[in-house]
Design a protein around this ligand. Sequence first.
Ligand code: SF4
Length: 367
Amino acid sequence: LGMPELPPKTPERRPTRRIHVGDVPVGGGAPVSVQTMTTTLTADVDATLRQIAEVTAAGCDIVRVAVPSQDDADALPAIAKKSPIPVVADIHFQPRYVFAAIDAGCAAVRVNPGNIKRFDDRVADIAKAASAAGVPIRIGVNAGSLDPRLLAKHGAATPQALAESALWECSLFEEHGFRDLKIAVKHNDPMTMVAANRILAKACDYPLHLGVTEAGPAFQGSIKSAVAFGILLAEGIGDTIRVSLSAPPVEQVKAGIHILQSLGLRPRKLEIVSCPGCGRLQVDIHRLAAQVEAAFDGFPHPLRVAVMGCVVNGPGEAREADLGVSCGNGKGQIFRQGRVLRTVPESRIVEALLDEALKLAETTDDA
Ligand code: SF4
């Protein structure tokens, strides 16, 4: 019997046009970027920049800030200038904030031309200003911002309605020759969001921003996002992602990075391979795995660390790990690539792993 063919490690990506959000390329084969949105008052420049620094340290590529008031618009020049990553201004209705964001040096603007047209039709001027400044526009459609005509036509925020609404929004810019667009179509139901993005992927060549909106608290939201993004990214659909969670932006960024790493779309830095535990368990594995994860947070070298609950299968099961521990009788056997190096008391396991990791990093640096 032949072995079943393994799926390719990295999914082939859907060809799209490429836009540039500041110095971050999106689409056209660029690496899938991770985004989040600040939760501070945008007008509070210091607090916003502090949060941007935190998400940048966590690996965020692009950050979005809401601009609901003139005070927020006034803060944009300072934020855009000092942010280490490109800033996207999120605007709903007011064309004057769009012009302010472009003048402020924001890397992109999220605005739906349908809203602009309804209240103060300056879509042509926006297209002209964005084009002159090389600022792309993100069209964002969800159940709440669905075009009322399409809602009436489809009766609900169906995948078809969401996709049609987004394409109609794009057409309002296309009328003015502006195509520097990306589309975000979101829904709180992962499978509705998946279906809508599949329709868009066939219907246009704009880069797609993936998001499950109002996904929920961290645990539920991460799973919903991972399922939806996993399906689409494995089909090559999706150019930039945001995990929306009722949790701090840093957590959203970490979840997004984990999703990309699980799909082989971003190199893994630290991977903890810990066993779930079973009747052979001889240590509090959940606590130990959490301690190891915390101790290695930010470790600058790619590393796979195994934390195994017993000595029976420990080193063997985790042979592919760079480093690991298998526990038993109040002790931990520290091993490297399946070979036992030494045994330490349980209280010194984390320290011993860190020590071995540093030695390993030195030998790799020397190589
Ligand atoms: Fe059970 Fe040991 Fe495997 Fe952990 S390593 S799951 S404790 S057999």
